[in-house]
Design a protein around this ligand. Structure first.
Ligand code: DC
Length: 229
């Protein structure tokens, strides 16, 4: 049964927001939108077009190029997951690497980039029945979402989860590099001037450092059931 409302999930990097969102989407037949993937795709575009170099952005070039960037999602029937399309290219794997991760918070703090993506996200949400994860979903994208979650976990636990995810896909990465990158992203996300990561007043806080996925699912199902009635 689909839900006649949107669910907003915000929180720190690698705290399992997407696992929660995918599981809600599967159970309730909702559309899942990973907004971090949108910021990552624009970052990849900027890296390829020399718009960002050594973490320095050529703003003029970026503003001129923004209209040429289109981002969409395509459902992969084999994996059962939605994948990110930059212009016509499937970039789902490319945007998860450490280089994009190291640059994305710089791109994500640029107002013109956020304005473009928020319009796109709000458009997608108009049909309702959308579960969206990010940093500003409950505060800016869907301030009226019926259910808002703010998810977090201790940094070492989050870094270990990202490390496992990347190594399982065959990437040769260092745990400490991942922890460093994650701490730096948290710092950027919390302290940026525009739409920083904030817990909306009406968001339910979930610290899943010591919570099993099963217990987390039960907790969230109860929250959704309360909103349905
Ligand atoms: O969720 P993620 O780690 O894939 O997000 C990548 C980056 O994008 C992260 O540094 C924060 C930024 N982001 C954002 O600023 N606003 C969002 N709604 C989603 C992600």
């Amino acid at each position: 049964m689909s839900l006649p409302f949107n669910i907003a999930i915000d929180g720190h990097s690698s705290c399992g927001k997407s696992t929660i969102a995918k599981s809600i989407a599967n159970k309730y037949g909702m559309r899942y939108i990973d907004t971090g993937a949108m910021y990552r795709a624009i970052t990849l575009y900027c890296m390829r077009h020399d718009i960002i170099n050594n973490q320095l952005v050529q703003s003029d070039k970026l503003f001129k190029s923004l209209n040429d960037v289109s981002i969409a999602f395509e459902f992969n029937t084999i994996t059962g997951e939605s994948e990110t399309i930059l212009n016509t290219e499937n970039v789902e794997d490319l945007i998860r690497g450490i280089e994009v991760s190291d640059n994305v918070s710089i791109i994500a703090q640029i107002k013109q980039v956020r304005d473009k993506l928020i319009i796109l996200q709000q458009d997608i949400g108009r049909s309702k029945n959308v579960v969206m994860d990010g940093r500003d979903i409950g505060t800016k994208v869907f301030p009226d979402a019926k259910l808002k979650l703010f998810v977090t976990a201790r940094p070492e636990i989050r870094a270990k989860r990202r490390y496992d995810e990347l190594t399982q896909k065959g990437n040769d990465v260092s745990f400490y590099e991942i922890l460093k990158s994650l701490n730096s992203r948290d710092k950027h996300d919390i302290s940026r001037a525009i739409n920083p990561l904030l817990r909306a007043k009406d968001a339910v806080l979930i610290d899943n450092s010591d919570l099993s996925i099963k217990d987390q699912n039960i907790l969230i199902e109860n929250l959704i059931n309360n909103k349905k009635s």
